[in-house]
Ligand binder design. Structure first.
Ligand code: PGA
Length: 256
């Protein structure tokens, strides 16, 4: 049976009170979810410790984990305003999202920099949720596979077959993020299959067990069809993760 990962990317939303309330609502229902679903909550880094504590209080640590949305590639030093993967680990996080398209777009992150972040995350024994995805222009120019391949090779450079156990790929077409216009199940599956094939060129048989999440306007209505695709192993959810109901409905949509 496939194990699914449903991750909520809260982005720059919530307050400490609403972060706590949202995490509580999610963890209270986590025990009733199908056994083959695991959840990750990625709040703003300032609130991550609160979410870790909320999960611990509810004894839900085996089903719900916490991740950061980004980290610096160095462990410590004079990097004003940044936080490191070792700090994420220190406060009880298990995951870090890397290479999100909003960071590529608004903070100028390149595959080379993101590759360093992936190494930093893995060096701490955490799992990287490494995001790849094409823009609308790239899709229209039929460059989707070229772009994805470049991001895969760049971001995963130097990551060994042992390390890749702690890598999750998130395919997030940029045109689908926050637009309400998700990829169709066929469009998503086509790219996921391509990503799996690229992973098997890099990592052989291990590719079968690397999880590939879909992200981009996944919601309570379209989750079931997307998650039923053979190469879709979960979701990275933005907007719909900010309400416990829709996030949990997505988590219940997996094939169990
Ligand atoms: P969305 O965001 O679900 O709001 O489209 C997904 C993401 O950016 O991870």
């Amino acid at each position: 049976m496939k194990t699914y990962l449903i991750a909520g990317n809260w982005k720059m939303n919530t307050t400490i009170a609403s972060a706590q309330a949202l995490a509580s609502s999610v963890v209270e229902s986590a025990h009733d979810l199908p056994q083959n679903v695991h959840l990750v909550l990625c709040p703003p880094s300032l609130y991550a410790r609160t979410v870790v504590e909320t999960i611990a209080t509810n004894n839900a640590g085996s089903r719900v984990r916490v991740g950061l949305q980004n980290c610096h590639h160095e462990e410590k030093g004079a990097y004003t305003g940044d936080v490191s993967a070792s700090m994420a680990k220190d406060i009880g996080c298990s995951y870090v999202i890397t290479g999100h398209s909003e960071r590529r777009q608004f903070s100028g992150e390149t595959d080379g920099l993101i590759n360093k972040k992936n190494h930093a995350v893995l060096a701490q024994g955490l799992t990287a949720i490494y995001c790849v995805g094409e823009t609308l222009q790239e899709r229209q120019a039929e460059e989707t596979f070229t772009v994805i391949k470049k991001q895969m090779l760049g971001g995963l450079d130097g990551i060994t077959v042992e390390q890749v156990e702690n890598v999750v790929i998130a395919y997030e077409p940029v045109w689908a993020i926050g637009t309400g216009l998700a990829a169709t199940a066929e469009q998503a599956q086509e790219v996921h299959e391509f990503i799996r094939a690229e992973l098997s060129l890099l990592y052989g048989d291990k590719a079968k067990s690397i999880r590939i999440l879909y992200g981009g306007s996944m919601n309570a209505e379209n989750a079931q069809t997307l998650l039923a695709q053979p190469d879709i192993d979960g979701g990275l959810i933005g907007g719909a993760s900010l309400k416990a109901d829709s996030f949990l409905t997505i988590a219940r949509s997996v094939v169990s």
